[in-house]
Design a protein around this ligand. Structure first.
Ligand SMILES: Cc1cc2nc3c(=O)[nH]c(=O)nc-3n(C[C@H](O)[C@H](O)[C@H](O)COP(=O)(O)OP(=O)(O)OC[C@H]3O[C@@H](n4cnc5c(N)ncnc54)[C@H](O)[C@@H]3O)c2cc1C
Length: 399
């Protein structure tokens, strides 16, 4: 199978490369290079969306009639590959893959009219309020309640690990609206204004020096009934549809490829016994193993996109890619840390640009340890590795 055979794909890649070269601000790029993150800070995220907007690329995954690009899966793949390669801030994951599709598939006409134009312009900072203490893998057991009182929902409870809640304007949230039926049936999907009285957000200290993960407390928070997505009690169905529709992003393939290129650059920059580490046979063996896994993952992603294996949208495809993609994040970042040796022991603020002491702390060592630490979480968030394996056992092998 020849995946690059789609007519015009190479010219399209060149168009993306040229655009990024001419329009990506240097400071924005530098922040992505140093952090190495697969996300960007909210300011860069919003500023970069504005830069790509005139090209119509902001919501490229959406249907054409809603402002999307109508690209083939291979064209989307090429687009994302080029953006990552160039260290452009990734376009908002929530907008493209999470709340955007939920709203245009299941939201009321009023909610669509109110939110879609702002989402298209990436003007809202969203956070995802699903997990709770004791309810992560087993989301159906969540306990945050939304009771109907005088024509409004009144929300009480706590969310945890809510990424970016500290400066989010809105939260898309799973809540219990009925505790008398089967847990999955009593769940609803609510949009909650983060400036509502009764909301408290606390950041959770992170080992990688980031301040990204939060606890969110709801104390008698009033939410208009009009902010309910679809029907009450169907929140679980909407949340599952959202996750199932997401076939290949869980592989983090573009990020893994880019960070593998960084492994090779570090191997050429760091020395062992007077030679670049890249010449060391033991290191080359290790590199070859990781590269083989990475290449296999890329082909798996391409096969899913070409619909050769796994019917489109089955949980099995997403689970396979998530398991291997998250493993690779850990292998690739661990290889980076190994390469910088004892220089990995120094702690940097997550947003540090460059370094401060010339050859002892060259720029390429900054943030590698932070990145390796946050990669530990890759096998947990978005569905833990063990749970993905359970899904695979059930859906692919009928166990
Ligand atoms: C960096 C990061 C960002 C996150 N961002 C968000 C966010 O923005 N919004 C949000 O809602 N949540 C977020 N989460 C939460 C994430 O979705 C949960 O951490 C995840 O679903 C696991 O749930 P848990 O932490 O409750 O662990 P648990 O579900 O308690 O799992 C603990 C351990 O038990 C294993 N386990 C659990 N059930 C089974 C089973 N049935 N079979 C075998 N093993 C099992 C798990 O694999 C894990 O190893 C984030 C988490 C992290 C680490």
């Amino acid at each position: 199978m020849h995946f690059e055979s789609e007519p015009g794909l190479e010219e399209f890649r060149q168009e993306v490369r040229d655009f990024v070269r001419d329009n990506l601000p240097e400071d924005m790029k530098a922040r992505q290079v140093y952090s190495g993150s697969m996300f960007s800070n909210h300011d860069d995220d919003q500023a970069w969306s504005k830069i790509v907007e005139p090209k119509g690329w902001g919501t490229y995954t959406w249907p054409v009639e809603l402002g999307g690009c109508g690209w083939s899966a291979m064209k989307q793949f090429a687009f994302e590959d080029e953006l990552y390669k160039a260290y452009a801030p990734p376009l908002s994951f929530n907008t493209l893959h999470m709340i955007g599709p939920v709203l245009y598939k299941f939201g009321s006409p009023e909610l669509q009219e109110r939110f879609l134009p702002m989402i298209r312009k990436n003007e809202i900072r969203w956070c995802q309020g699903f997990s709770e203490p004791g309810s992560g893998s087993d989301l159906a057991s969540l306990r945050t309640r939304a009771d109907l009182v005088d024509g409004k929902y009144v929300v009480n409870g706590q969310k945890i690990w809510t990424s970016g809640a500290y400066d989010a304007n809105w939260c898309f949230c799973l809540v219990k609206t009925d505790t008398t039926c089967k847990p999955q049936k009593g769940m609803s999907f609510l949009l909650i204004d983060m400036t509502s009285p009764g909301i408290t957000v606390r950041t959770i200290p992170q080992i990688n020096n980031e301040k990204h993960l939060c606890e969110v407390f709801f104390d008698n928070v009033e939410v208009p009934v009009a902010n309910l997505i679809g029907e009450a009690g169907l929140g679980w169905t909407y949340a599952k549809k959202l996750l199932e529709g997401e076939r290949t992003t869980s592989s983090y393939i573009f990020w893994n490829k880019r960070e593998m290129r960084r492994v090779i650059a570090l191997a050429n920059a760091e020395a062992l016994n007077g030679n670049p580490v890249a010449k060391d046979p033991a290191f080359r063996m290790k590199l070859a193993r990781i590269q083989a896994e990475l290449t296999a993952l890329e082909w798996s992603v391409l096969r899913v996109l070409a619909n050769e294996t796994f019917p489109q949208g089955t949980p099995a495809a997403a689970s396979v890619l998530k398991v291997r993609g998250s493993d690779l994040q850990q292998w690739v970042t661990e290889a980076q840390v190994d390469l910088i040796g004892d220089k990995a022991l120094r702690s940097y603020p997550i947003d540090s640009l460059g370094s401060d002491a010339g050859t002892l702390w060259p720029e390429h060592v900054v943030n590698r340890t932070n990145m390796s630490m946050i990669a530990r979480a890759a096998t947990i968030y978005g569905g833990s590795k063990q749970v993905q394996r359970n899904i695979l056992a059930a859906t692919a092998f009928g166990l």
